[in-house]
Design a protein around this ligand. Structure first.
Ligand code: ADP
Ligand code: MG
Length: 650
């Protein structure tokens, strides 16, 4: 037998194109040739199961990769089903190339390397990315089959003749191009094989030629590079906690233990297996960045393919094996694939199910993990509406007592002011209210407000007042919380989030009649002039209130809208705009008429010291709400010293 011919392709210069387009992933030929070997072994086992072939006693499928750095060759030998002459003709000379021509036809206009993955479908011919010449020696399992030798030097010509292979299986030999001898280096090849083939289903051995001399008495038992039954292929019932942790360490080299994990295992409507780990995140020192490794029948495809894995899940670490993924297409084609979207939806749903299930049945555990997983969950809610819908009731909020509450629980808690106590722990008497217009107005609004704290130290004064009034607030101090609550508000009509210092709520004030309030407003008007002059500002929003907290003289509130606006400005630091330009906007100075100092000031507006009082009260209010600017701080300290000095002189 001897045959020569032209490979049936339309394009004459397919190899330069393969080389150019797949340039960035040069090393994938390892994966392609080894996975072909795996396929061949799997097929042979199947044939034996079907009674078409008797496997030799003690048969064990294996692939041996041999590197020879001197000759710059690599061989891939498997003991799979092999090929007859006709099959080489059909699968190598014709079929494989038709795959390649399809590929070219489809993507010839896309010159951008990044747009092209095309990893699969070129299979065997990817060898020509690195080899100037490729030989195939193969012997089919079929009765009476003759060994075949095929060779091709990277042009469009090949030759095929009788070979001398004596054992069933296939051996592929690559003669490397002069510009990439590194692939015949044993360390390099180990690295590449570990990257792509660590979990392939047939044992892979790496050998080196010339072999290293074996020392006397030393018997080396060769060890396969790969794990043929990775954890995700097993049934969750068969896997122990230690198995999961070990797998995590081995694959992700993360020595911090994962918080928990989800074992995905489904056969219908598509095949998907995998394990997703929630890593322990140390927010202060690390950026959150996960890795999701995608496999196709235990063959590694790539990390973090965003069409298959929802973006927010990329914060996790894990493996996904989906044999049904159509991979002989470019990434951009994957994106629009309805099937791929379904996979992505399924994974999202599973994650939401796991989290909500934990919240329902293992609340204590869930609370323990919450601080770690909160940024991830909130990010997911921001990125994926379906996830938000599923998770809304299972988001936890930590309240002022450190208790975790779900959103429905937060909404249930009614602000209580009927049995509020004063600073001495005595019940506060409500003043007789002559008319209650304002109350009716409030109850008509269906809005539920959740108060929140972003900085427990800075806002401690407000927290104390809230606690005394038996009101609650939740702690939201992460950067992601602002966009997150904005989104919760948008999606849940009637829910409003308000920072604890946005307003002085009715519950913090003693109830007053309309008449009393009018009197207060009038007095406030006269104080306004004093403060404007003292603080050297054109306008100031000032109000006199009867605060239950009798020990606080002055406070500042900043309306929720204005503060969010200011935060946004800071975040995007808009060019040419001073984030302080909105300084006074939405800000209100509250003076507590229940405090003797304020009373004193009202009575002594014209006195010499009135201005000093005004400045000091203003700074004291400011300090409870936000840090003073350096020059303000200097003035405040000087003024405080002056006041003490005067005291000492008395
Ligand atoms: P694919 O693996 O996607 O079918 P390839 O180009 O990798 O495409 O291989 C083309 C065909 O060549 C395979 O389907 C198989 O029939 C045959 N083949 C390749 N390598 C081997 C091998 N080591 N043993 C047996 N058959 C092989
Ligand atoms: Mg293949």
């Amino acid at each position: 037998m001897s045959k020569q011919g032209s490979l049936s392709i339309n394009s004459e210069n397919i190899f330069p194109i393969i080389k150019k387009w797949l340039y960035s992933d040069h090393d994938i030929f390892y994966r392609e040739l080894i996975s072909n070997g795996c396929d061949a072994v799997t097929k042979l086992k199947k044939l034996s199961m079907m009674g078409e072939y008797d496997l030799p006693d003690g048969y064990k499928g294996k692939i041996t990769v041999t590197t020879n750095a001197n000759d710059k060759t690599i061989t891939f030998e498997d003991n799979g089903l092999g090929m007859t002459e006709d099959e080489v003709d059909e699968y190598i000379n014709q079929i494989a190339f038709s795959g390649a021509t399809d590929f070219i036809a489809k993507y010839k206009d896309k010159t951008n390397d990044d747009q092209i993955i095309g990893h699969f479908g070129l299979g065997f011919y990817s060898a020509f990315m690195v080899a100037k010449e490729v030989h195939i020696d193969t012997l089919s399992y079929k009765k009476g089959a003759k060994p075949v030798h095929w060779e091709c030097d990277g042009g469009t010509e090949f030759s095929m003749e009788d070979g001398d292979k004596e054992t069933v299986g296939t051996k592929i030999t690559l003669f490397l191009n002069d510009d990439c001898p590194e692939f015949a280096n044993e360390y390099k090849s180990r690295e590449v094989i570990e990257k792509y083939c660590s979990f392939m289903p047939t044992e892979i051995f790496l050998e080196k030629e010339p072999a290293e001399p074996v020392k006397k008495g030393e018997k080396k038992e060769p060890k396969p590079i790969n794990e043929t039954t990775p954890l995700w292929t097993k049934h969750p019932n068969e896997c122990t906690e230690d198995d999961y942790k070990k797998f995590y360490r081995d694959v992700f080299h993360d020595y911090k233990e994962p918080l928990f994990w989800i074992h995905l295992n489904m056969d219908y409507p598509f095949n998907l297996k995998g394990i997703l780990y929630f890593p322990k995140i140390n927010m202060e020192y690390e950026s959150i960045e996960g890795t999701i490794k995608l496999y196709n029948n235990q063959v590694f495809v790539a990390d973090n393919i965003k069409e298959v894995i929802p973006e927010f899940l990329m914060l996790l670490k894990g493996v996904i094996d989906c044999p049904d993924i159509p991979l002989n297409v470019s990434r951009s084609a994957l994106q629009n694939d309805g099937f791929v979207n379904k996979i992505s939806d399924y994974i999202t749903k599973k994650v939401a199910d796991k989290l909500s299930g934990m919240c329902k049945t293992e609340k204590e555990e869930y609370e323990k993990y919450w601080d770690d997983i909160a940024p991830f969950v909130k990010y997911g809610c921001l990125k994926d509406e379906k996830f938000l819908t599923k998770m809304t009731d299972y988001i936890l909020f930590k309240n002022l007592d450190g208790k975790y509450m779900t959103l429905p629980e937060c909404l249930e808690v009614k602000p209580i002011d009927t049995d509020a106590v004063d600073e001495n722990g005595n019940p506060v008497e409500a003043e007789v209210v002559e008319d209650n217009d304002s109350e009716n107005e409030a109850s008509e609004k269906k809005e539920k407000t959740i108060y929140y704290v972003t900085d427990e130290n800075q806002q401690s004064q407000y927290i104390n007042m809230f606690k005394k009034a038996k009101m609650d607030a939740v702690i939201l101090k992460h950067n992601i919380d602002q966009p997150f609550i904005t989104q919760l508000e948008a999606k849940n009509e009637g829910i409003k989030f308000k920072r604890i210092d946005a307003d002085i709520e009715d519950a913090l004030k003693t109830k007053t009649s309309k008449k009393v309030q009018e009197e207060l407003d009038e007095k406030a008007g006269s104080l306004k002039e004093l403060f404007k002059k003292a603080l050297k500002v054109k306008e100031i929003d000032l109000s006199l209130e009867k605060l239950k907290d009798k020990k606080t003289a002055s406070m500042i509130t900043l309306s929720e809208e204005s503060r969010r606006m200011q935060d946004m400005m800071k975040m995007y630091s808009m060019p040419g705009m001073d984030p302080n330009m909105f300084g006074g906007e939405g800000e209100k100075l509250i003076l507590n008429i229940n405090h003797p100092l304020v009373e004193y000031l009202l009575e002594n507006k014209e006195s010499e010291d009135a201005s000093l009082f005004a400045e000091q009260l203003y700074d004291l209010a400011k300090i409870q709400q936000a840090p003073l600017k350096p020059e303000e701080m200097t003035k405040f300290i000087q003024r405080s010293n002056d006041i003490l000095l005067r005291l000492s002189e008395k």
